[in-house]
Design a protein around this ligand. Structure first.
Ligand code: NAD
Length: 296
């Protein structure tokens, strides 16, 4: 495997491109929006610089990593020569189905089509193509350059050789693969999102404030980050989409998204990426400041 395309240059796509390129793969990073591509490339450069400053990467390796990445807006030219495409576009079923229909048309017959979806059915995505055996979930964790786990999700028709190729690639990237089956939320988000939703319900019902909820989970459960801070980090729109997939997929009201989460997303408060969620974020500052809305 030499040429890999990553579709979507947002939070996850730029991290995936970073890790692939750092491990010597030629990567085409594709996004519909020029601004997102530019932001994604800037994030990669900044994160590589941080690795150099920490002494975990040489300046040479930083340069060659950046040289391995080509940023493109046109999907067709970005993916047509790829041995593997990793889709990391917006968590929306119709967006993903459209992309996979197009990938199936444009890529070579042997290309593997992977998705970084957090929750959408791999089997459903695979059914939009004529190669369901070569479609698989490759669910990286955020931030991709730091987190070791890759949850690998077999769709109903994923062939063992597809899984083996993706497991081997994951190991070459220095990550740990964990293979799971295709049911709503897989493992990571089936367990994580109800916890985040419950934390938002606790705030909504005034059981405690933002800081108290996060402090209980950090100090009491040894979580490195409280659930509300983690939700801001993931993106509240992403959390909402995943909860909707769990709710629809299982038909169980226990997964219904908290109305406060729905309201915050409707108001454009998506967490770090929009500068405000449960906390407010100022570029260059690491201080956690509870959003005005939730101050007592
Ligand atoms: P994001 O909103 O930061 O980025 C999505 C990007 O996709 C945007 O730049 C957008 O312009 C681009 N895009 C949308 N439609 C496109 C198209 N048709 N072609 C090309 N680009 C397109 O989202 P994200 O947080 O990076 O999430 C991406 C995927 O990764 C989602 O499926 C999400 O569920 C999954 N994921 C997210 C996290 C997380 O912590 N944010 C963790 C694991 C997995």
């Amino acid at each position: 495997m030499e040429q890999i395309a990553v579709v979507g240059a947002g939070t996850m796509g730029n991290g995936i491109a970073h890790v692939l390129a750092q491990n010597g793969y030629k990567v085409n990073l594709v996004d519909l929006h020029a601004e997102q591509l530019q932001k994604g490339m800037q994030t990669i450069a900044r994160n590589l610089e941080r690795q150099v400053a920490k002494g975990s990467l040489t300046d040479e390796a930083k340069k060659s990593t950046l040289q391995n990445i080509t940023a493109l807006q046109d999907l067709n030219s970005g993916v047509k020569l790829a041995d593997l495409v990793i889709e990391a576009a917006t968590e929306n079923v119709s967006v993903k189905l459209d992309i996979f229909r197009q990938l199936d048309e444009v890529t070579g017959p042997d290309a593997i089509l992977a998705t970084n979806t957090s929750s959408i059915s791999i089997t459903k995505i695979a059914a939009a193509t004529k190669r369901p055996g070569a479609v698989i979930g490759m669910h990286f964790m955020n931030p991709v350059p730091v987190m070791k786990l890759v949850e690998i999700i077999n769709g109903y028709g994923t062939l063992p050789e597809t899984t083996n190729t993706i497991v081997e690639l994951t190991k070459k990237l220095g990550k740990i693969p964990c293979i799971v089956n295709d049911y709503p939320g897989f493992i990571a988000n089936r367990i994580l999102m109800p916890m985040i939703n419950e934390a938002i319900y606790s705030l909504y019902e005034s059981v405690a404030g933002v800081e108290e909820i996060d402090t209980v989970m950090r100090l009491g459960m040894a979580h490195p980050m409280g659930p509300l801070q983690l939700a801001d980090f993931i993106g509240l729109d992403v959390c909402l989409s995943i909860l909707q997939v769990l709710h629809n997929g299982f038909g169980n009201p226990k997964y219904a998204p908290c109305p406060l989460l729905v309201n915050m997303v409707a108001a454009g408060k998506m967490g770090i990426k929009t500068g405000e969620g449960f906390y407010t974020y100022t570029p260059g500052s690491k201080e956690l400041v509870v959003s005005e809305q939730f101050r007592k």
